[in-house]
Design a protein around this ligand. Structure first.
Ligand SMILES: [Zn+2]
Length: 398
């Protein structure tokens, strides 16, 4: 499996080069618009699109053959994404163009790149620090994206491909419970609080409600202003959540990596049902069943691959109702040992954080799964545990 790392490099540009880049970005954008207009909407296949408009695009916009192909590819890609979402490609802005090895090259000795513009190639010095230099050293990148940001600065996002490290084998397992009051709790008892996120989300939903009320009474222009505000609000909320998810996944992966551990997670397909199994207040549902959990899981997965940390998936059934200490299960709804954040075992008397108990169970089952054809102990424990999972009623304590 290939892993792609993007290194964002600011370009040092002269006033003449600014003109050339802007011309190129403009032509690339115009070409995309043209392709999107000329090719019938239902056509999304890149080759089919090329056969229809490639010659035209070359003749009209002065793009090199590779840039023309990339413009068509861009439209094809955007159409496919839009189709999945059930929407249409709206349009393009002259802020980005795609480059590959035929029209882009990187030179390490003076930290420059050469890019095909309209007409001939142009060489740019990279305005970069040690981090980017370290990443680019000894590399021969094949693809890049030229980007103009809102401040009018130019960046080349260079893609580096590498083989991720072999996942490290280990019998130490870190169980992670993706909870709801806390975003994540580990089997070692470390908690990643969701308080900040919840606060921001509640604040935003309060604002949203107020704004919507205002819009319902307002004039047309008020409604438009409100709509824009709402859009900005949701962007802000999502960026904050993303930041939090990045931080949590980074810390979990680093912890596992530096301690030589495997990470065990619940199969996320169960999360939605689990957090919604009880009739709950609207407020709490809004907090729990969101894309945020899916995002955190995705972040964990790709960071695990990048860092050579292995992830094992655990059946989520009963991980929250089982006592990790004595393996007793009480799956009867409403009679669980679990009460809010607290877990009390009616059998052995263990008492503590409910999510931590869940995480410890995840680690335990993860350890069993992680030992393929392992020792006799692991096998019998596995049998015992899977027996538990299959016949919970037999172990239920009234
Ligand atoms: Zn117990």
């Amino acid at each position: 499996m290939k892993q792609v790392l993007t290194v964002s490099c600011k370009l040092q540009v002269t006033p003449q080069q600014v003109i050339k880049i802007d011309e190129t970005l403009r032509a690339f954008c115009d070409a995309c618009e043209y392709v999107n207009k000329e090719v019938p909407e239902k056509v999304t296949n890149e080759i089919a699109m090329q056969s229809l408009v490639y010659q035209d695009v070359r003749a009209r916009f002065g793009l090199s053959s590779q840039l023309a192909i990339h413009a068509i590819r861009r439209v094809s890609g955007n159409r496919k994404t839009a189709k999945q979402k059930g929407s249409k490609v709206k349009g393009f802005t002259p802020t980005s163009a795609t480059y590959d090895a035929r029209i882009f090259s990187f030179r390490e000795k003076d930290w420059t790149v050469s890019l095909t513009m309209l007409g001939k190639r142009e060489r740019f010095k990279l305005h970069i620090g040690n981090f980017q230099r370290g990443k680019l050293k000894g590399q021969n990148p094949k693809t890049a994206t030229l980007v103009k940001n809102r401040k009018g600065e130019y960046y080349l996002n260079i893609q580096l491909e590498s083989e991720p490290p072999e996942p490290q084998k280990s019998d130490k397992v870190l169980g992670v419970d993706l909870g709801r009051t806390d975003i994540a709790v580990t089997s070692e008892g470390e908690k990643f609080s969701g308080k900040d996120v919840t606060k921001v989300r509640d604040h935003h939903s309060h604002l949203r409600a107020k704004l919507q009320q205002k819009a319902s009474k307002g004039t047309r222009s008020t409604r438009r202003r409100v709509r824009n505000l709402l859009k900005r609000l949701s962007g802000k909320e999502q960026r904050f959540q993303k930041h939090v998810n990045h931080t949590i996944s980074y810390r979990l992966i680093q912890h596992a990596k530096s301690n030589g551990m495997v990470i065990a997670l619940e199969d996320l397909t169960g999360i939605r049902e689990r957090t919604n199994q009880m009739p709950r207040a609207k407020k709490e549902r809004r907090r729990s069943n969101s894309w945020a959990f899916y995002q955190l899981r995705q972040f964990l997965e790709y960071k695990a691959i990048a860092n050579g940390v292995e992830i094992v998936m655990v059946n989520p059934a009963y991980t929250s109702q089982t006592c990790h200490q004595c393996d007793h299960i009480h799956p009867v709804r409403g009679e669980s040992y679990r009460s809010g954040k607290q877990f009390t075992c009616g059998h052995c008397g263990w008492n503590g954080d409910a999510d931590e108990n869940g995480a410890k169970n995840i680690a335990k089952i993860g350890a069993v799964i992680n030992q393929p054809g392992g020792s006799g102990v692991a096998c019998s424990l596995s049998d015992h545990l899977s027996g538990l999972l299959k016949t919970p009623s037999a172990y239920a304590v009234g």
